[in-house]
Design a protein around this ligand. Structure first.
Ligand SMILES: [Zn+2]
Length: 155
């Protein structure tokens, strides 16, 4: 389960709507407990693709945020990105780029990949996945997204 506050969810939506028609991306930061993640912060990160169909997170910005959150006792628990015009389901490129080239080894093991579709801007559709390999749909494991109070007591 991926748990995030209405406030952080709203930040992702606003980032996504302002970026349309391009995809945008960012990091989900918080705590992990087994398979469950609790998001306490979201960080927008530039996408180097400037594309309507793919995103490509700036690696140096990723590293800077990673170092900063670790200093504060938090960790990156996942990546969010938008699908401006299509369903909230990992694309073949999403599957490819979540793994090292030529292998099924995850670049970020255990990360949640939150995809928010903005095909209907008035009704954003969030879905989250763990990507355990490159094949669709076998390696796509959906997880529950819970948008609500993040108290920390449930994990
Ligand atoms: Zn995608």
């Amino acid at each position: 389960m991926l748990q995030l506050s209405p406030n952080d969810y709203q930040k992702i939506i606003e980032h996504g709507l302002s970026g349309k028609p391009l995809e945008i991306c960012g990091l989900l930061v918080g705590h992990k407990n087994g398979e469950d993640s609790q998001v306490l912060e979201v960080h927008a990160v530039d996408s180097k693709d400037l594309s309507e169909k793919t995103y490509n997170m700036d690696a140096l910005k990723y590293m800077k945020i990673d170092a900063d959150v670790q200093k504060r006792g938090l960790q990156i628990v996942g990546i969010y990105h938008t699908h401006p015009a299509t369903e909230p389901y990992p694309s073949p490129t999403d599957m490819e780029r979540a793994h090292w080239e030529g292998s099924d080894e995850a670049i970020f093991p255990g990360y949640s990949y939150l995809i928010v579709s903005l095909r209907d801007p008035a009704h954003p559709e969030p879905r989250s996945f763990k990507l355990v390999g490159k094949r669709r749909p076998e390696d796509v494991q959906e997880e529950l997204v819970r948008i609500g109070d993040v108290s920390g007591e449930n994990l």
